[in-house]
Ligand binder design. Structure first.
Ligand SMILES: Cc1ncc(COP(=O)(O)O)c(C=O)c1O
Length: 472
């Protein structure tokens, strides 16, 4: 589905009133989950007093309670009560080979016979992994590891600032680049400002400039404005497929235009490929789109979820500011982290890339994504709903209530967006009750092992959702 079509369809969804799943239906769904998963419920009742919010992750479905998982393999997860689920969350996108993929697991087990994560020194895995990464990712000459995507994004900004001597960073409203203090404005929901920034001193984000999503003119205006000032622009930070791997899509040539502007105003381009890295291609979104950034941020699939997963790659002259070489005028981007680049992470990178190469995982996962999207769109059409699905390879979006597309600059839209968000969450709960795990109720990730039959089960479960939503 092309960009204009997505925009047109989103407009229809956002401009019309919606109805959610009635509460009495949701009560039945919750009862079903509680009956199926009594041990999970018992654990959750205790654990919620030990973990703030009851889980470590925001994407875990907590309505009516968070399940306790016991085992995973391939596309499946099993909870502690023995219920089986088809997983379309895939560890928030970190998993493309499939859970506990035996060839990867075996290599990791072998590694641990020799080296534990507390090694601290270089190992041969650095050479092997980083050569492989460099072979595939066009922008990468040097790489340095971090403990998460959040840390890597944070480090990329510091590196860009030291290299350029400038302070401002421009990013797109709605994008998520981890939860470091300075990057917590306008996250997820465009124009949400400091909604998620409690506890962060205002000064932390004074050098972050948010521009409206998918708006190239606004980017140029910001570049024009801030490159004139003393604290000029160090970099433009971009999720290449738009916020949240395409939840807020961008026009086809958008990244090329960004790159041209970055060159024109002499600022660095940073691609945040924490999700797109190894989902669009082994060379990331940059290879897929033919746009070479100055710095690339990696995470998630970089180590296939093995801890700790995050890295910044880019041109040598830029990365070298981490060492404080004389060429940078003694300026030095300090980076640290006791377990960053530990043997487990680096060997996991090597084996993940190698196994993706050997298995053609990216294209297989994309094929599963195409199949799911086609089937969902057929279902929506059969049910005469304005809903629609689209995908960027194995990143799948299905739009029903589209809360994120509501323009909350109009205050009247705020309660509407909140209500729509609840409707989407309810979809996730119903799908869960049918044995399907998703990212909220509007996104999915496929791995190379998802089958057409599993996608059929997803669609059957979705049909149950549709049957619960009153016509409007
Ligand atoms: C685009 C993007 N950047 C950065 C991050 C942060 O990565 P991490 O969760 O490893 O800190 C995420 C996490 O979802 C992400 O999607």
């Amino acid at each position: 589905m092309d960009y204009e079509d997505i925009k047109k369809r989103l407009k229809i969804i956002t401009e019309n009133p919606v109805k959610g799943i009635p509460e009495e239906e949701m009560a039945k769904v919750r009862k079903k989950i509680a009956e199926k998963a009594p041990k999970s419920k018992e654990i959750y009742d205790e654990i919620k007093d030990l973990i703030p919010g009851g889980t470590q992750h925001q994407l875990v479905i907590k309505d009516p309670f968070a399940l306790t998982m016991k085992k995973n393999l391939g596309t499946k997860m099993w909870d502690i009560d023995g219920n089986e689920y088809i997983d379309y969350l895939m560890s928030a996108g970190a998993c493309i080979l499939g859970h506990s993929y035996p060839p990867l697991r075996e290599e990791m087990q072998k590694l641990l016979d020799d080296l534990d994560p507390n090694t601290y020194w270089n190992t041969e895995w650095e050479l092997k992994a980083l050569k492989l990464l460099r072979k595939h990712v066009p922008s990468v000459e040097k790489v340095t590891y971090f403990q998460s995507g959040t840390e890597a994004d944070m480090a990329a900004l510091r590196i860009a600032r030291v290299f350029t001597g400038n302070e401002k960073i421009i990013k797109f409203s709605g994008s998520y680049h981890g939860w470091s203090d300075q990057l917590m404005t306008d996250i997820h929901i465009p124009y949400s400002g400091t909604m998620e920034a409690d506890g962060i001193p205002r000064g932390c984000y004074k050098d972050i400039v948010n521009v409206p999503p998918a708006d190239i003119n606004a980017l140029e205006e910001a570049l024009e404005k801030y490159t004139q000032k003393r604290a000029g622009v160090a970099a433009v930070l971009v999720e290449p497929f738009g916020a949240e791997s395409g939840s807020i899509p961008v026009p086809p040539d958008f990244n090329k235009q960004i790159k041209e502007l970055c060159d024109k105003y002499d600022v660095l381009l940073i691609f945040d490929e924490v999700v797109t890295g190894f989902r669009m291609s082994l060379g990331g979104a940059q290879e897929y789109l033919g746009v070479i950034p100055d710095l690339t941020v990696f995470g998630k699939i970089l180590t296939h979820g093995y801890p700790s997963t995050g890295a910044v790659g880019g041109r040598s002259e830029i990365l070298d500011v981490c060492t404080g070489d004389v060429e940078t005028g003694g300026k030095h981007a300090f980076i640290g982290g006791t377990i960053r680049g530990n043997p487990l992470s680096i060997a996991a990178t090597y084996w993940t890339i190698k196994l993706i190469e050997e298995s053609n995982a990216i294209e297989k996962a994309a094929k599963a994504g195409d199949d799911l999207v086609k089937k969902l769109n057929n279902l929506f059409e059969d049910h005469d709903r304005p809903y629609f699905a689209y995908n960027y390879k194995s990143c799948i979006h299905y739009e029903t209530y589209s809360p994120v597309a509501m323009d909350i600059r109009d205050a009247e839209n705020i309660p509407k967006a909140v209500f729509r968000k609840k409707c989407v969450d309810d979809i996730a709960t119903v799908l869960l009750s049918e044995g399907i795990i998703t990212k909220y109720g509007n996104r999915a990730f496929t791995c190379m092992q998802h089958t057409p039959e599993e996608n059929d089960k997803f669609v059957e479960a979705f049909e149950k959702v549709l049957n619960m939503i009153p016509k409007y």
